[in-house]
Design a protein around this ligand. Structure first.
Ligand code: 5GP
Length: 298
């Protein structure tokens, strides 16, 4: 006899496995919200479009405290102000509540607006280990109309890296000379360690020839390019999730424990700066992400 109150053992095991998976998915989504891998308004949209998914089944209380700089006191005041019961889940909000919450989020976390138009100078930045280098290499191989700028760096070459192809490897004195002579469009010390800079000459020549140029640089460099050339398109490469970013960071295994921790901290800071960017590309598939970046070039 089937008894709803006492389901058979196998069903219970399956149900509990499902519940564990759902909890994990929600925990992962909360990390994405906290680290800004996903914008809060996008979570609301997901809750609507996927009523059984982790966004829809997340409690509104969990959602709010996952947001940057929202503590429990603030959360409770916001819920009272928006007339939303704390036991509600995002998928269970009424239309009026959805609108009220959306409007509050728009005020507090304005969504970055993609800039219209295309640009001749495209800057690809994003958090550490998101795969900027891989996407840039894919563009170089399959979208040859774009020139991939080769940076100068004081970092020693890794095995397999070729002078003039991956980087121009220079010592500190030579880097100082390049800076003093104004030969770099931008330059920065990355991860508090080595210096990197974009040679100005090849870019100016390529632009003069009517080509488009791609810079794969860090956030500090992206900001300098923005002020040097406000028409540059700043593209932010996002990981599919925060957990995936951590996995890629640790999985690479080329850095020690201390270096990994430092890069993780840098990645959090870099994700928090994405509102400065014009375009967002999720690196879930390298070929697709590369095509999306290439399409932004004029
Ligand atoms: P890696 O040493 O792993 O090749 O690169 C480390 C970081 O330096 C990456 O985040 C990369 O984007 C950044 N980077 C590479 N070239 C430049 C550059 O010319 N300027 C700036 N600002 N960052 C760069």
């Amino acid at each position: 006899m089937v008894d709803a109150q006492h389901p058979p053992e196998v069903d219970r095991a399956a149900a509990s496995r499902k519940a564990v998976a759902a909890r994990r998915a929600r925990a992962s989504l909360k990390r994405d919200i906290a680290t800004r891998v996903i914008w809060p308004q996008a979570v609301l949209r997901r809750a609507k479009s996927d009523p059984a998914g982790p966004a829809a089944t997340m409690r509104v209380t969990e959602f709010l405290t996952a947001l940057p700089a929202i503590g429990e006191g603030k959360r409770d005041r916001v819920l009272a102000q928006l007339e939303i019961s704390p036991v509600k889940r995002l998928g269970g909000l009424g239309v009026r509540q959805q609108k009220a919450l959306g409007a509050w989020l728009d005020g507090r976390f304005p969504e970055p607006q993609a800039r219209a138009g295309r640009s001749r100078l495209v800057v690809l930045a994003g958090p550490t280990a998101v795969g900027k280098g891989t996407v840039a290499a894919e563009i170089k191989a399959h979208h040859p109309a774009m020139l991939l700028s080769v940076s100068a760096t004081t970092r020693p070459a890794r095995p397999g890296e070729v002078e003039g192809e991956h980087y121009f490897f220079v010592d500190d004195a030579e880097f100082d000379r390049l800076v003093a002579a104004g030969e770099l469009l931008e330059h920065a010390t990355v991860h508090n360690k080595y210096r990197y800079g974009t040679p100005r000459g090849p870019i100016e020549r390529a632009l003069a020839d009517g080509r488009t140029v791609l810079l794969e640089i860090d956030l500090q460099g992206a900001r300098q390019v923005r002020s040097a050339d406000p028409s540059a398109a700043l593209v932010f490469l996002l990981p599919p999730s925060w957990d995936e970013l951590v996995h890629r960071l640790v999985g690479r295994g080329t850095e020690g424990e201390e270096e990994r921790a430092r890069r993780l901290r840098t990645a959090r800071t870099e994700l928090a700066a994405q509102h400065e960017f014009d375009h967002f590309v999720v690196n879930d598939d390298v070929a697709r992400a590369a095509a999306e970046v290439a399409a932004l070039a004029r």
